[in-house]
Design a protein around this ligand. Sequence first.
Ligand code: TXA
Ligand code: MG
Length: 508
Amino acid sequence: METIVKKTDKNQIDKEVIREAGDILKKGGLVAFPTETVYGLGADALQEEAAKKTYEAKGRPSDNPLIVHIADYEDLKKIAVNIPAETDALAAHFWPGPLTMIFEKSDIVPYGTTGGLDTVAVRMPSDPVAAELIRAAGGFVSAPSANTSGRPSPTTAEHVLEDLGGKIDMVIDGGSVEIGLESTILDMTVEPPMILRPGAITADMFEEVIGPVSVDETILGSESKKPPKAPGMKYRHYAPKARLAIVEGDLREEILAIRQLAYAASREGKKVGIIATDETLPFYKYGLVKDIGTRENEKTIARNLYRILREFDEEDVDTIYSESFAMQGIGKAIMNRLEKAAGHLRISAAAVVKEQRYRRIIFVSSADSARGPMAAELLRQEDLEQEYVIDSMGIVVLFPEPANQKAEAIMKSAGMTLAQHTSRQFNDENLQDDVLILAINEAAKSKLLAEYQNAVNVYTINEFAEDETEIPDPYGKPLTAYGECYEVLKVLVGKVAEKLNAFAKGEK
Ligand code: TXA
Ligand code: MG
């Protein structure tokens, strides 16, 4: 089947497109269309056969009921019975909008649509294209998210075509959706009403209108053994192909842990994706880093989540690490979808961070022009189990200067360069618990200890490498002296690397 694709602007709806789509739906066909939450796969909700086609196109288990979309509030009474009194107030506040309510179904709703249940889920979307289409189709359009079952929900028409191109009659392309996560589902058949799926409309917002609501305990966290009350919530859903893990902790720890995890996975030859935010983007060096939005506005994160998961799929990423997001507002829905995408795989940032004894290594010499920068570059070339920021600094650096030319010549002949190096003065900001300071010799170490009473983790390279070979001072001597110095440093730095790798494996 060839899928017709028609564009329409929600501010200037193309009536012809809507008429054509409405006709397809009336004849029992399938049309994907934009809503404010995600794209839906529309079918006539009152035709049993149309529901069957929907399940087939999505590859969705048929016990997973569909949401019936309406465009006019009066129509609710035709498909639902025993509608509780609070419904009017909820609809007045949140319809049209990203809220789905569950009621006892009327006889005209076929069991095919409700997955065999006696209840029906109903939503009145706010997207004007959706509303017009629903009216054109006769008023009742069932629409699950327009993705292949198990894939992230579509937030653009392109996403729909990726999954369902050739399997459905038509896609109405109305551009990117506004919210990006599926509607909140509120079960109105229980007292008080219960949230079965979190979304843009939150418990607090309901409470302001009808007082307290309850929340299906299975929504967040993997602890619960009970099945969720919305059948669709039990499937591993929204899932990218890659293994996705959510890293949890305070933000600083999360960044450090993700850096470490990404480094380790890259080292194993894996393609790593990282879900970062505007605020944290610059901190990542390894992996394919994607900006999901700003922490100052959770809505931006909601909007981009599914698109980013799809992009990682296209880029054939093996493992994705995601930061965690605040649970306020739509944040709860974000974390709920992310956890489902991750199959509840969570990693404690603190535990990863604790495993790493040193995070930064500074080689300290007097002028930071030859031996320090050579040692630092040599260590950068070593095969290290963990990621370190490796620097060199001097105790007496009056002006920032490039590396000594003879040192650079020697490094170049060994296939390395100090071209990026500029000498820097050491200061006490560099004294931290997770910073290892390796002095080029005893004199440099003594100076550091004399100058900084609070100095920690200060060793000579010889001490740390457990090798007494003296590092010669080539300053003012011919090139060969620099070459000899290089040879000694190479051996000692190799031993430093071994020791660091032993720490990384947890040896003392
Ligand atoms: O935002 C949305 O709600 C989107 C757009 C297209 O409107 N639709 C959507 O549909 O997310 P779908 O099929 O992907 O998710 C519907 C969810 C499923 O988890 C399903 O189990 C639940 O709603 N559901 C539907 N009818 C139900 C019922 N009678 N009782 C309990 N859960 C129900
Ligand atoms: Mg869905």
